[in-house]
Design a protein around this ligand. Sequence first.
Ligand SMILES: Cc1cc2nc3c(=O)[nH]c(=O)nc-3n(C[C@H](O)[C@H](O)[C@H](O)COP(=O)(O)OP(=O)(O)OC[C@H]3O[C@@H](n4cnc5c(N)ncnc54)[C@H](O)[C@@H]3O)c2cc1C
Length: 443
Amino acid sequence: MFFDIHIIGGGLAGSEAAWQLAEAGLRVRLSEMRGGGDTTPAHETDRLAEMVCSNSLRSDDAEHNAVGLLHQEMRSLGSLIMRAGDEHRVPAGSALAVDRMGFAAEVTRAIEQHPNIKLVRERVDSLPDHPTIIATGPLTGSRLAESIANETGEGALAFFDAIAPIVHRDSIDMDVAWMAARWDKGGKDYINCPLDKAQYEDFVAAFVDGEKMPFHDWEKDTPYFEGCMPIEVMAERGPETLRHGPMKGVGLDDPRTGRWPYAVVQLRQDNALGTLWNMVGFQTKLKHGEQVRIFRTIPGLENAEFARLGGIHRNSFINSPRLLDNQLRLKSKPNIRFAGQITGCEGYVESAAVGMLAARFAAAELRGEALPAPPVETSVGALLSHITGGADAETFQPMNVNFGLMPPLPGRFKRADRKKAYTERAREAFAHWLEPVSELERA
Ligand SMILES: Cc1cc2nc3c(=O)[nH]c(=O)nc-3n(C[C@H](O)[C@H](O)[C@H](O)COP(=O)(O)OP(=O)(O)OC[C@H]3O[C@@H](n4cnc5c(N)ncnc54)[C@H](O)[C@@H]3O)c2cc1C
């Protein structure tokens, strides 16, 4: 079959992208290496859209949760992943969990039977010259990864993430923490949380004893660069190591005491909106529950709300804020779009959502039209805006969708009311965006 566009990778993102393009009347070649003699270390079947770990598409609460809101937006755009998820739902409270086999079989069937899609079980090793969407995920085949690295330049493709926790700015107690830079150099760009000797010693002990996530066998060769070593590995080197490393208090006058604190935790702005702040140097394999418990012992972070917790995994992702435009095109090779986890979004739902957007942008372009990016007030728009420019390219690490990616709301709200206000604003913005988009598609 002659095709209009090539999609590489039949996971969550590639399947959604193929479906959206095919439904828009475009002919798609979908290359998936599983079933053609190759596999990844995490997949177990040849089915498309295989969920490699949990069977949950997370919260389905569109009123109070950014992922639930993303579900709703995706459903309005005819998402195959959401349709299959809804059809294969299993009981899980307010979460959308699915029968993973039934879910993947449904997606595979829909793709195989679509007259506009040719599914080819083949591995692709280089970047094509025709219109293409790369959706090869966190475990991209090594030759293709090499080809991406060659095109994008040194260091622009990461093979492991090293995620430091990210905190919502409005949950930090600024009566305790203060803004300053070490030795007052430059602007007062860091939020500093001070610890005294006893607090520091308890914190280090808790870290050393805390329960860690094991590495998978195929992750055991994770390279630890000094700059992104897990904080617990540093803590295990000796009780003073952190105090002379990421937690050093020198050059930081605490305005409440006029002295340098015994130790400090610093947070740096993580997005252009200034709503999210990352804990500098705190990448960790500690279990998520342990992270919340231990980080909330830090003065100033007692009520911290985390947009994302720390982690270290094998994960191929590009430096999207630097490399992609807001239509998910590679700036240096605009016939290539990226979608899914390889763009630095994180999670099944986010990956499928970015697949959906890449496809819709590509469909519009192939029809000679321009599709405006969804507004940043929506879930899908906030995610897109973050990965294609809102995030700091220097510290870019994979990110789940969350309200902190949206512009802050003016005024003060109770916590539950604030979430509702975010989703109400998002629905309005989404409807405004969707109306001309639907008209364009009907024309
Ligand atoms: C071990 C592990 C556990 C995870 N657990 C969760 C979880 O519990 N919840 C969650 O939300 N997210 C989880 N994730 C993240 C998850 O992988 C992504 O959220 C999601 O699957 C990404 O979708 P994707 O389409 O980008 O990639 P994938 O779903 O991985 O799809 C990529 C596809 O591309 C194919 N491919 C790769 N290279 C080539 C090539 N060169 N040629 C042709 N085909 C190729 C692969 O075979 C694969 O089918 C996990 C990831 C890993 C690695």
